[in-house]
Write a protein that binds this ligand. Structure first.
Ligand code: UDP
Ligand code: MG
Length: 326
């Protein structure tokens, strides 16, 4: 008996992606239409674009595409920028229970769109999770390549279950999405959580291409302009800075050590002075570093217990609600 075509949803987080969306949606639809022709994917597939508080014409572009592109495109507009991870979660919450499998990928289509076919095949073979892993990092800048290597090295040493060079390009079956949505934490790190969930998992390798339109706008630091009140109610940076002070103090300890050594060599010391002064500096810096590390976790707990909503939906495209009520 022929297998039933998969009812597929694609979630695209979009932050200031007006320049690329038309190209991305058309390329994605062309690929998925091919899979519909192969009876791999059901013709009622949908692409849900999550506008993560964009400041350009992304939302009007999504609304326009939702009317034009065969009824496959739907969108939701978040009330402000909540970051890549939360935008993906918003999309997952919207599509949960409405399809057999969900693929998440970047809106700039840097993740190879042709790999969607391979993911759909793996799903049909019975995999619940299919992770897209980059074959190499040739398309990255020197800096990004090296910081990525450092990042994955650090992840490995802290036993965080990440798959090197896997980002947010993955397929999840609907039951994996349902399980994932039970995670209530606010500090979400999808590429650590999903691979640690278990289920039958496959990896597919792909070549990541350079961005065709628009530019990378990953926000690194957002909270610089908050007043002290704002900072202490929204950020754990003051606690984190204790760690930084500890590291600087450790560095100073080394300098004091050199000074003490020189003083000993010149005979300008009193008995017991060197060991006393060094241990004061050394233990002081160790305490600050330890406090900083503990502070980091206390800060995380602080953010978790507030349990603030991850996002608010400001608007949806006209077709989203009826489509999602199927
Ligand atoms: N993105 C988002 N919210 C943000 C930043 C980025 O939804 O605050 C989306 C962005 O629109 C894109 C994906 O996350 O679909 C990856 O961003 P980008 O391409 O800028 O990152 P890069 O590929 O350069 O790492
Ligand atoms: Mg990108």
């Amino acid at each position: 008996m022929e297998a039933v075509p998969t009812k597929l949803c694609v979630v695209l987080p979009c932050y200031n992606e007006a320049a690329t969306l038309e190209y991305s949606i058309k390329a994605l639809c062309a690929t998925i239409d091919g899979l519909v022709g192969e009876r791999l994917v059901d013709c009622r597939y949908s692409i849900v674009c999550v506008d993560d508080g964009s400041a350009d014409g992304t939302w009007s572009m999504i609304c326009d595409l939702s009317k034009r592109v065969g009824g496959h495109v739907a969108g939701l507009k978040l009330s402000r920028n909540v970051g890549h991870q939360n935008a993906i979660i918003a999309g997952l919450e919207y599509v949960a229970g409405r399809c057999d499998a969900v693929i998440t990928m970047d809106a700039d289509l840097q993740d190879d769109v042709e790999s969607v076919r391979e993911m759909a095949l793996k799903y049909r073979e019975g995999c619940d999770i299919v992770l897209g892993v980059r074959r190499d990092r040739k398309s990255d800048s020197w800096l990004k390549r090296h910081t990525a290597r450092l990042f994955y090295g650090l992840m490995k040493n802290t036993h965080t279950p990440v798959v090197p060079d896997h980002a947010e390009f993955r397929l999840m079956s609907s039951r994996v999405v349902d399980c994932f949505l039970q995670y209530g934490e606010r500090n979400v790190f999808l590429r650590g959580i999903i691979p640690s969930m278990g289920f039958k998992t496959a990896i597919i390798y792909y070549d990541r291409v350079a961005r065709k339109f628009g530019k990378s706008k990953y926000p690194m630091a957002q909270m610089l302009n908050f007043a002290v009140e704002g900072i202490t109610s929204f950020s754990i940076r003051p606690i984190r800075s204790i760690f930084l002070v500890g590291v600087i103090a450790l560095f100073l300890t080394v300098s004091v050590g050199i000074y003490v050594l020189v003083a000993i060599l010149l005979g300008r010391t009193y008995p017991g002075w060197a060991s006393l002064i060094l241990s004061v500096w050394f233990l002081g810096s160790l305490i600050l570093v330890a406090l900083g590390i503990i502070g980091e976790y206390v800060g995380k707990i602080y953010l978790e217990v507030k349990h603030r909503p991850r996002y608010f939906v400001e608007a949806t495209t006209d077709n989203l609600k009826p489509q999602m009520q199927q």
